[in-house]
Design a protein. Structure first.
Lengths: 449, 449
């Protein structure tokens, strides 16, 4: 029989167990932090009706959407009915609209699932990746306090994740659009200008100036100067807010945005987020047009090239396609697969030790029943414990523990069994000690702590 | 604008948050139990190459497989390249063959992911459902001790899940096929006979007798009597094993199977699984032909109609399509979505209280900063805490807590703030007490314990 080459689909992250443990640990930390702030779990099916999923998208996004159809239906040349979700926002909108009457508003949900995009496969671009989202959805209205809570969640979460110093950049799109209006830039052009500003980090100043003064936008050098003056404001948060106030811009939208930004900064600082971790940054615009107020981006200070690791913002209406209700919301998203990959590349994520803590070796098969009982005793105390039945010499059993990343090996021969003791080998420190069988779990717990 | 009706795909389980919490709790328990026995996490992409996924299947299974293709590729009429997995066994085989050199054998993995089958949508049948699998894969060989460990995992897990009394039924297919051979039934016919026997529970005795003496199998009444005598053996495990020994069947395969079954029963009892929870049952055959030795089924004693909630067995070679290595294994699978659905129907799973423990209400907006600080204090101690910014009267805030399933509400007015106290309302008991702010977390923890 000819063998079929076993191969993972391109553009997916498939991990060996010890890396999977590290990834799982990251997901667990995210989930724990989301729950700590009162967000509730939601999972949606990977497939959505095509008519629902393709409502909001178009162009490149639409081209990348995966169709899903059973072979049976395909062979009968049936119409495509379902697609795989490409983000968690459309499924959320569908979920909230569908279950609106049964949900309690403000509705706080987190969702951590994989999404699918038919990207051309290249390093670091994924066709399948985890998104970890939180959103708060209000009915008719949603107080600004919810905007101020999101950076507190981000702060708590990235402290827990422990990837070094980070900065949550905040801005307000009303402030930006009001500012553009005051310069006489039309709303349609303003959206384009914001998209260009958002490229400042990646493309640099010269590119942005050239584009804005160029054919498409045709802004005067004077106006571009004013824009750059705004987005490059420096200083502490209060210095920036004072400077913005002092500009005395005669535009209601600008003043509303400025007021929201001030209240946002206030609320964040009351929650104990140090200013060093949360900065007003007027160059943050977020490319997506559906953000209408507050916007967030989070950067790892020591890894600026990774880009924003947690972004989001406030939107006017979540589910306009599916419901007559007005459902404003605010939320963020973490692209966990890409984040994990990049932190691995930066050696910030190490291979974890195994989730298995103890390997019970089998020196003497006459003691088989004893080894089983010993393992049960350890498991009773909550220690993840494996018995090695693979056979082979002592050295082979130790190699198995070592390569698997299991820290403790327990050895018991006839002499020890008679005495009621075992030998505990700590593969982390390399030493081994003889301990009373009754004390074994406690000794291990102590070393783990 | 015309609204699009928001609708979940048929055949998927989508839950409201409090049910999702209950489901998540079940998955967490399964995962914790798997890890307790030293199984390591693996996740594979939802898509597999078509040539890999469609190797083992055929007929009805194949018709149900979902094709996945990006809209872009579909519009260009490209060939279908990928399918969605329909179980976790084929992905495991591909994974082990692909990463064989980097894995450590015996390889113990658990995998808890959704699988996809284009079933016709009807109550209780799912197109998308969770499978929670464990397998141990050996290289060249895998000692029988691993077969004996699996029921210990099942025992521990279903004790933790707490769905009432259950019985793990065990059997050995070598014993069955050896027995059939001793009756002169050809191996091909024997596989069919085993499939029929497996229907005993669902179709009843008359159906099975009729089928076996009927046209397809054409067995004599005498032979069918002998088969029924075997599969209906009664008594304790040792009584059954003694009866099997006493049969003196002159067939090597039978004797090998009997020996394996004896060692299995021995190993299980040494691990402290009470006999009441694990029964030799000679009518258990498992429909799938690739099991070659030990087989398991688990039934909830009080809910026999639910059928087997955890099944599996020993197989000769996991990845023959993809690797020249011989990779024997043993494993089980839990269909978590169906299990959850059926236990919900049986009212065995209740709606959970929220993962959020405390709602900090806002009586007096002058104290806004205090409420934020209070919430931070509670979160610091590990309590999942939400601040209610929705506005509205006290009664509305309490209704929100109650409907959300949040047990504790904290109330602080000006008087209390001045005194350094808060009022704690326990929505579970209905009472409320004034406590020192500094003691709040401890008081809550005590009530939770």
């Amino acid at each position: 029989m000819e063998l079929i080459t076993p191969k993972t689909m391109p553009g997916a992250m498939e991990l060996l167990p010890r890396d999977q443990i590290a990834f799982q640990r990251m997901l667990d930390t995210i989930r724990r932090s989301y729950e700590r702030f009162g967000f509730l779990p939601v999972e949606t099916p990977v497939m959505e009706y095509k008519r629902i999923l393709l409502t909001k998208s178009g162009g490149e996004t639409e081209r990348q959407v995966y169709y899903a159809q059973s072979k049976g239906a395909h062979d009968l040349e049936r119409d495509i009915e379902f697609c795989l979700r490409f983000d968690l926002t459309v499924p959320l909108a569908r979920y909230v609209a569908e279950h609106e009457k049964k949900l309690i508003f403000p509705f706080r949900r987190y969702q951590m699932q994989r999404v699918y995009r038919g990207e051309s496969a290249q390093r670091g671009r994924y066709r399948e990746f985890y998104q970890c989202d939180i959103d708060v959805i209000g009915k008719d209205n949603l107080p600004l306090e919810y905007d101020a809570e999101i950076p507190v969640v981000i702060y708590h979460l990235f402290k827990e994740l422990d990837f070094g110093k980070f900065t949550i950049h905040i801005n307000n799109r009303k402030l930006l659009s009001g500012f553009f209006a005051s310069l006489g830039i039309e709303p349609e052009a303003a959206a384009g200008v914001m998209r260009e500003i958002d490229k400042l980090d990646k493309r640099g100043m010269d590119y942005v100036v050239e584009t804005l003064t160029g054919e498409t936008f045709g802004l005067s050098a004077e106006i571009v100067d004013k824009i750059l003056g705004l987005i490059q404001l420096e200083g502490s948060n209060s210095e920036k807010l004072n400077a913005l106030t002092a500009m005395n811009i005669d535009d209601e939208t600008f003043q509303t945005g400025l007021d929201e930004l001030k209240r946002l900064v206030d609320g964040i600082s009351h929650s104990g987020v140090p200013e060093a971790f949360c900065a007003v940054n007027l160059s943050i615009a977020r490319g997506l047009d559906y953000y209408t107020g507050t916007v967030y981006e989070t950067l790892l200070d020591d890894y600026p090239k990774v880009g924003s690791v947690c972004s989001g913002g406030r939107y006017e209406n979540l589910a306009g396609f599916y419901s007559k209700s007005k459902l404003p919301g605010v939320g963020i998203s973490i692209g966990a697969t890409r984040l994990f990959y990049q932190l691995q590349q930066a050696s910030l994520i190490k291979q974890e030790t195994s989730t298995t803590r103890v390997l019970v070796t089998r020196m003497d098969l006459k003691l088989s029943a004893e080894y089983l009982a010993l393992a049960s005793e350890l498991r009773e105390t909550g220690l993840n414990t494996e018995v090695y039945y693979g056979g082979g010499k002592f050295a082979k059993q130790m190699r198995y523990a070592d390569r698997s990343g299991i820290r403790f090996a327990v050895i018991m021969g006839e002499t020890e069994a008679a005495k009621g003791t075992v030998t505990l080998k700590d593969l982390h420190t390399g030493d081994q000690v003889e301990v009373n069988r009754a004390d074994l779990a406690a000794v291990i717990e102590e070393r783990l702590a």
